[in-house]
Design a binder for this molecule. Structure first.
Ligand code: PMP
Length: 286
């Protein structure tokens, strides 16, 4: 069934949606994005994603689209029109389409491009993968230095996923200066002595909206949290590990570079955090 997507103020069937070949998102990866999950027809942590979008725009001096104030309404309209029960809403803003290809940023007459579409994923929260966990490999982190900005420059993370697939794993953790930065599209965690360890915030990683929520719930549940970097060797010796992202929530990791963690099955802390995160997020969904 054809989707209804949103492009610059209009709701159109996906076949009719058009963006210019001169769009800077297409030519320069000059764009930012957000992915908000939908459970039971409601948006999870919409406000967190809206705020991070504004921050990404500010950091890049990119003008906000005129519809910035209507984003909640647009998300809800797309969820309704496409009858999404479980799934996600993808949003992208680019610096727009000037008359010619030019490295310098265009003037004020070039309006940003705003595109949103939905992806239906029935049973998203009941993923059978969460019961068995995923395997990760390590790859060198070869991305640029402002990973805290959620840009559409996703070629290297995409290559990382392909390297993982080729190695018979599910995903890759990226390593820089001997320590893990994050997963290709998620934040990375280990558990040691019952303590949850995840890299501190900075320009080296995306400030995950799920990360912020999970750490808050963990602290509220009296779990110990330490924000610091860790190496692959430390991860391989950990009791358990997991990742977080808007579309995987909390997902256990059971193997790192071919070494099974603990008994090779998802650990109790990851399982508990997943349950708390899903419960609380469903309650707060709008
Ligand atoms: N790190 C990277 C590199 C990501 O691409 C993502 C997901 N977009 C995350 C972390 C997780 O962020 P969030 O919890 O906001 O989805």
């Amino acid at each position: 069934m054809s989707r209804i997507v949103y492009v610059n103020g209009e709701y159109v069937p996906e076949e009719e949606a058009r963006v210019s070949v001169f769009d800077r998102g297409f030519l320069f990866a000059d764009g930012v994005y957000e992915v908000t999950s939908v459970l039971g027809g409601k948006l999870i942590d919409f406000e967190g994603h809206r705020r991070r979008l504004q921050r990404s725009l500010d950091e890049l001096d990119m003008p906000a689209p005129e519809a910035m104030a209507d984003l909640l309404e647009i998300h809800r309209e797309l969820v309704a029109r496409n009858e999404i029960v479980d799934g996600l809403v993808y949003l992208q803003v680019t610096r727009g389409a000037p008359a010619d290809r030019d490295f310098t940023f265009p003037g004020e007459d070039t309006k940003p491009t705003l595109v949103l579409f939905t992806q239906s994923k029935p049973g998203l929260a009941e993923s059978p993968v969460a019961k068995v966990g995923i395997k990760v490999i390590s790859v060198e982190d070869m991305r640029w230095g402002r990973r805290d900005i959620k840009t559409v420059q996703l070629l290297y993370p995409s290559m990382g996923k392909m390297m993982a697939k080729k190695a018979g794993a599910d995903d890759a953790w990226m390593v820089e200066d001997g320590v893990v930065t994050e997963g290709t599209s998620n934040n990375a965690y280990i558990v040691k002595g019952g303590k949850i360890i995840t890299r501190h915030l900075g320009n080296e990683i995306l400030h995950g909206i799920t990360r912020a929520a999970v750490l808050r719930f963990a602290r509220e549940a009296q779990m110990e949290v330490e924000e610091r970097s860790f190496s692959i060797e430390e991860a391989q010796a950990a009791e358990e590990a997991f990742i977080t992202s808007a579309s995987t929530f909390v997902m256990p990791v059971v193997e790192v570079d071919g070494v099974a963690l603990g008994d090779g099955t998802p650990g109790p802390i990851a399982a508990r955090l997943r349950e708390i995160y899903l419960d609380e997020s469903r309650k707060a969904a709008i």
